[in-house]
Design a protein. Structure first.
Length: 631
């Protein structure tokens, strides 16, 4: 069995980053560390959420001498409005990504650039959404399913469909509390309307609308994104990959796909496999094309193709600093606008592809579904032709990389559990073996660790410290997003990482043949975690808010993360945060997000910026949930 010595420590990762920083200094390039210094200390009003610029009488800041804005809004109203707007923006981002994917489904055709890969999943969804499939061409079914999905964004009447997938108790809570989302765009617009000058000043109303909008993401936009992506590109299965900067290859053309929307990256990956382009790479003196993923795109392409994962959010500049990134091509979200300028200090070609993320200094190749493959080929060729432009004097490739096993959507988890006890009771399968292990105490509970990096804390350190302690305490981890990437880089995403577990969890991992951290995908795939918890609740007969299962975002930074946190508490699952939400200038809001929501949904936030204390509260929280249900 491998041991601690086989993993990559945070200190080793930091050493690697320090060496790459020397590369930056050598070429006179600025990195995020420089900008953090220039921005420190942060504006206290902004940090506390008590600066309002929702109209041009302002900006108004809450100070001891000015307790209210010009219109009379106090700290509670201002902080609540700012917070709600973060949820709206996060929901819009995840959901607009899903809308694009639905348009791709609508464009599919036999022999077209995009086709239906998982017909069974499409047919299940068609049945769920009342779309007839018998005797029909699969593409007619696909197009009608896409239309139903697109109506979820703006239908004028009724309410959203996927929340019906939740257990009965949750649905009743949403009905009773008036939290059942109506349509995605409508909930976002309602927040923008409520927070316009002269509207809602009541924090509770904004908290409630924030949760409803979050739910339109988790049980709406994100879930649609995940389902339709599986239908288009295949539902992931367990497969091997590798991660960290050591996956860059000196002798090969390194092409990095960065962002979130798999419609783009899937096509680029497909193009790199074409013989004509492989031959072209050899012609320019490379051994081949090394395609790598960054941020959530890495999770998407690793889950479906085993494409290697070069890094997470705060590693995006490091990739260019190695001097061997021949191209970085991006779609949407979490892309530093600093990248084109940095790329210009090296030979790296930086390509944007979406009208949603236009960045000065980039080469823009706007991506269209009809011509997707031709465009992807053009991009790959551009990367290959850039191979010769590397500057030997600017190259440093860190050696660290770790093997990983990825690809655990709910379907794969059920298949794995089935291998142990053959508990497949119906078409959907069963989580009963997992329930039994939790009931027996062999596993104490489970935690979904998700989210970003944030330079407000030591990058990746909190993820690692929390994961290490949970595994030791026999708590199973599922991970997505940049948290999953840290697990990859550290070497915790492989089956040999059992050394990190307590005896009980180690036995379960052996029996089920899984790593102790299950990679469930990108951030939109947190919808898979919702379905996992809903399935466990169904098979156990225990409500979602009573299960010893919680969420944790130790290093979150984005508006998407705020939306996610709200749909998770909306689903009755506690969320442990390692970064303070920007509302603490309002005592009322601090109370609402930690305690107030418990009366509405049965869950709330627990916030602690010290990872050691945060993980202790997670373990205590799980044990308290166990005790409350008598196990
Ligand atoms: O959606 S975890 S830094 S890459 S926001 Fe971004 Fe955060 Fe990473 Fe993916 Ni999610
Ligand atoms: Fe100031 Fe009120 Fe305008 Fe906000 S909405 S900027 S608090 S006057």
């Amino acid at each position: 069995m491998k041991t601690l010595e086989n993993m990559t420590t945070i200190e080793q990762m930091e050493e690697m980053t320090a060496k790459l920083k020397e590369q930056a200094v050598k070429v006179g390039a600025e990195t995020y560390e420089d900008r953090v210094k220039a921005q420190t200390p942060h504006c206290k009003f902004g940090e506390d959420g008590v600066c309002c610029k929702n109209c041009s009488m302002g900006p108004c800041r809450v100070t001891p001498k000015g307790q209210r804005g010009i219109c009379g809004a106090d700290a509670h109203a201002i902080a609540a409005r700012n917070y709600a707007r973060m949820i709206a923006a996060g929901t819009a981002s995840h959901s607009d990504h899903a809308r694009e994917i639905l348009h791709i489904l609508h464009s599919t055709k036999k022999d077209g650039p995009y086709q239906v890969r998982d017909e069974a999943k499409l047919l299940r969804l068609a049945a769920e959404w009342g779309v007839k499939s018998e005797g029909r061409d699969i593409y007619d079914v696909a197009h009608e399913v896409a239309e139903v999905g697109l109506m979820e964004f703006g239908k004028p009447f009724g309410k959203m469909l996927f929340p019906k997938r939740a257990p009965k108790e949750r649905q009743e809570c949403w009905e009773k509390q008036d939290l059942w989302p109506r349509a995605i765009d409508r909930e976002i617009a309602t927040i923008l309307h409520m927070t316009h000058m002269g509207n809602t000043a009541d924090p509770e109303a904004l908290i409630r609308q924030g949760i409803r909008t979050g739910l339109s993401n988790g049980w709406g936009g994100s879930m649609i994104g995940t389902e339709i992506t599986d239908i288009l590109f295949g539902t992931p299965v367990e497969r091997t990959s590798e991660g960290n900067l050591g996956t860059l290859e000196k002798e090969m053309v390194n092409l990095v796909v960065h962002g979130h929307d798999p419609a783009f990256s899937e096509m680029v990956v497909t193009a790199t496999e074409l013989k004509e382009l492989q031959d072209h790479a050899k012609k320019v003196g490379a051994k081949g094309i090394n395609v790598l993923g960054l941020c959530c795109t890495a999770n998407e392409v690793a889950m479906r193709h085993g494409v290697r994962m070069v890094g997470n959010f705060l590693q995006q500049e490091n990739v260019i600093l190695t001097g061997v990134c021949d191209m970085m091509c991006v779609d949407v979200q979490c892309i530093f606008p600093a990248l084109p300028k940095l790329a210009a200090c090296f030979h790296t070609k930086f390509v944007t592809s979406s009208p949603i993320a236009r960045i000065p200094g980039a080469t823009h190749v706007e991506f269209h579904p009809e011509t997707a493959l031709e465009q992807a080929k053009e991009i790959v060729k551009m990367a290959i032709d850039n191979f010769k432009n590397r500057d030997e004097g600017k190259i440093y490739i860190p050696e660290h990389k770790q093997p990983a096993v990825v690809g655990y959507p709910c379907e794969q988890i059920i298949t794995k559990l089935d291998g142990v006890t053959n508990s497949h009771i119906d078409e959907l399968g069963s989580y009963r073996p997992a329930v039994d292990a939790i009931k027996a105490g062999v596993i104490r509970g489970a935690v979904g660790i998700v989210g970003c990096n944030n330079p407000k804390v030591r990058p990746d350190f909190s993820h690692f410290a929390i994961m290490e302690e949970l595994l030791k305490n026999d708590i199973l981890i599922v991970a997505t997003g940049c948290a999953a990437q840290l697990a990859t880089k550290a070497g915790l995403l492989n089956k040999e990482a059992k050394w990190a577990c307590g005896d009980g969890l180690r036995r379960v991992c052996d029996l089920v043949d899984i790593p102790p951290i299950l990679h469930m995908g990108a951030c939109v795939d947190i919808s898979r975690i919702l379905l996992l918890v809903a399935g466990i609740s169904r098979d156990w007969g225990v409500n979602m808010n009573q299960l010893p299962i919680v969420g944790c975002a130790p290093e979150w930074m984005s508006e998407k993360a705020v939306s996610i946190a709200n749909y998770v508490i909306g689903s009755g699952i506690d969320v442990y945060l390692g970064i303070q939400p920007q509302v603490m200038g309002s005592s009322e809001m601090a109370g609402w997000i930690t305690e107030g929501t418990r009366k509405i949904t049965g869950a709330g936030f627990i916030i602690n910026t010290d990872p050691k204390e945060l993980v202790k509260s997670i373990v205590d929280g799980i044990e308290a949930k166990r005790a409350a249900i008598g196990i």
